[in-house]
Design a binder for this molecule. Sequence first.
Ligand SMILES: Nc1nc2c(c(=O)[nH]1)N[C@H]1C(S)=C(S)[C@@H](COP(=O)(O)OP(=O)(O)OC[C@H]3O[C@@H](n4cnc5c(=O)[nH]c(N)nc54)[C@H](O)[C@@H]3O)O[C@H]1N2
Ligand SMILES: Nc1nc2c(c(=O)[nH]1)N[C@H]1C(S)=C(S)[C@@H](COP(=O)(O)OP(=O)(O)OC[C@H]3O[C@@H](n4cnc5c(=O)[nH]c(N)nc54)[C@H](O)[C@@H]3O)O[C@H]1N2
Ligand code: SF4
Ligand SMILES: [Mo]
Length: 715
Amino acid sequence: MTTDVAGWAQVTERRADVIIESMPQVRHSVCALDCPDCCSLLIDINDGPGIDDRKGSRLRGNPEHPVTRGFLCGKVARYLDRQYSPDRLLYPKKRVGAKGEGKFERISWNEALDTITARLRTVSDEYGPEAILPYSYAGTMGYLNGAGLDRRFFHRLGASRLDRTICSSAGGAGLMATLGLRYGTEPEQFRHSKLIIAWGANVLATNVHLWPFIVEARRNGARFYTIDPVRNRTGKLADKHFAIYPGSDLALALGLMHVIIGEKLHDAGYVADYTNGFDALAKRAREYPPERVETLTGIPREDVVTLAREYATTRPAAIRLNYGIQRSDRGGAATRAIAALPALVGSWREVGGGLQLSTSQAFQLNKAGLEMPELQQRSPLGREARIVNMSELGKALTQLDAPPVKAIVVYNSNPASIAPNQNLVLAGMRREDLFIVVLEQFQNDTADHADILLPATTFLEHTDLYFAYGHYYLQLARPALPAPGETKSNVEVFRLLAERMGFDEDCFRDSEDDMIRTLLDSAHPFLQGITLERLEREHSVRLNVAPDGQPFLPFAQGGFGTKSGKCEFGAEMLDYQPPIESRLGASELRARFPLELISSKSHDSMNSTFGNDSSARSQTSTLFLHDDDARPRGIGNGDLVRVFNDRGSCTLVAGVNGPSTGLVRQGVVLAPSVGWNKLSSGSRGVNALTSDRLTDMGGGPTFYSCLVDVEKCGD
Ligand SMILES: Nc1nc2c(c(=O)[nH]1)N[C@H]1C(S)=C(S)[C@@H](COP(=O)(O)OP(=O)(O)OC[C@H]3O[C@@H](n4cnc5c(=O)[nH]c(N)nc54)[C@H](O)[C@@H]3O)O[C@H]1N2
Ligand SMILES: Nc1nc2c(c(=O)[nH]1)N[C@H]1C(S)=C(S)[C@@H](COP(=O)(O)OP(=O)(O)OC[C@H]3O[C@@H](n4cnc5c(=O)[nH]c(N)nc54)[C@H](O)[C@@H]3O)O[C@H]1N2
Ligand code: SF4
Ligand SMILES: [Mo]
């Protein structure tokens, strides 16, 4: 299929509509959602006037992409419904009702930009620029619209800096401590494994493009295990499911080490050559015999022993670790310990061995050139601009002082729904004196709180460059569909805001292509030979992690990114204490709130992005609980229930699982997440329950360590 368009390099977004008209009938794009698979997309274009004037008629997975392999997940296969939804935000608006009420009036871009710049100036003059806070996450994974001109803008402004911890920072810090690099096994290599362990990884929901490789491996005799408190779709298809207590993975990893080291099943050669701290690790592991591990994790002792033996002796064995394990008090240490397992048994040596949590750090692009931290203004108090942890937004908006937060600019994120301790977040967002700007595609909970609401393009409508966190292909996407109404990309909005603020540095006039060239200007060997022109031709390019057609074995001969260059076992960090909010945690809390709530990802959604889609809505309005927890509370299938703790409550529909369906064990309840508050009865979502207590490393949130109780509504 030939889809190249000559002359793209000269194109700026302003001319996009003209160029789009001359594009071929099958256009390339990249899925920008926050998903490890980062799919290569094809869009079929309608010839004549289409149904409802739709230009794009179908989205497909690119069959030529080695990881996408011609298919998409359900939500993005339907993405054109979102793209052409009558509910898309098309014009700038200003709020005319109360915050959160959702009453808005259309205004011009001029009025919107003037209001924003005037207010940012007043706040900055009166309180200092640190009173302005950007709030963004990975609504798009594109470099330019995710962390491009916006970063330059806020640095130049001297705004508070946001620590983007909401998702992966505990695991990221754990991985860095052990491996010194955040990358691992290629997805394509899982087909060669003989034992695959999905550890806190709901592959079928959140990483579905790994699944065909697992299927292929199983056809060749591999076993597939899951370690997860929830026996979800992935667990149901596993050869064996280990129903671990939430937040206890560190204890299990130490238990496996106890058996592996105790029975001398470790790879002594690899350990001697490429690791540090084995003796201390062996000592630590001795404290975790299988009986103790059973008490701490709920996994029968004989299973601990068998799993350890199988993992150490099956060649090759790969672990797909995902972020489910690190949303809990000891999430950083748990990641550290699990990431040490492949080094202990020497499985980094083998094609189809090792571990993958992320691949992101292989994308060694020139991010500093894009974000330009050197533009950062010092605060009038003479210090570097302060750093605000995004997982503590409620506290930042209600408790920060000197200066208080007086203006917040939100893009690529929906904090009113997704941030923990929602009641505190909403109390902050409803402050009358807080000026809120929101760049959004839809009128979600956060948009309802905006003073000025700006309509954003989707990834099908703007240029961007994409890294991935589940494979090693760098991808370019040009706008494939015209931007509707008066929507603008984040890049364009921050360019306009910079102009109006009078920021006259040339960097604010960089085109998209200028910024992509800057990003590609990297001396790292993984980036050699990758140019904009090549990306234009090939759309997707494998990083130079290994010669063409050869597997990437990142740590086969050491090469860790730690200071020592070795895998750091770090046993001193690995003492296990149960999370405060867990069945073995604080007894006073457990007495009042005996159920452990997990609000992990729903199958057909993307955090809160599809919150207004009926399929996502029905998934995120259910609370699954075990029959033995439902019966004593008089709760039956389909009953409306109130889930509550000291932080708040929300209302969900009970899905009672009998012993045979076995989704959750007694004491664990599951609320697939994240829904929109305003579409939930009681106007609160699951994050009214979750805590803004932080993880042991990385300052991440503890979404999945959350004690609650449940009662039937309205008897
Ligand atoms: N369909 C879909 N796909 C998504 C997303 C989505 O919302 N929906 N979100 C995207 C985002 S932002 C991310 S970060 C990734 C995340 O991808 P994952 O990390 O795979 O997703 P999670 O649902 O957070 O957690 C995975 C599994 O961990 C389990 N788990 C929870 N607590 C524990 C624990 O203490 N120990 C163990 N062993 N397991 C535990 C959960 O039950 C869940 O099955 O997915 C991305 N992809
Ligand atoms: N209880 C609970 N809470 C959670 C989680 C959980 O598992 N359970 N998961 C946590 C995790 S891992 C994460 S990553 C966070 C995710 O939280 P968020 O980062 O807020 O992600 P989304 O809810 O997907 O919202 C992204 C928003 O960005 C918008 N968007 C997309 N593209 C663009 C664009 O180009 N421009 C602009 N201006 N907007 C755009 C979308 O319309 C969408 O509303 O949620 C966290 N919260
Ligand atoms: S959400 Fe993930 S699986 Fe679905 S199309 Fe996007 S990258 Fe692919
Ligand atoms: Mo995430």
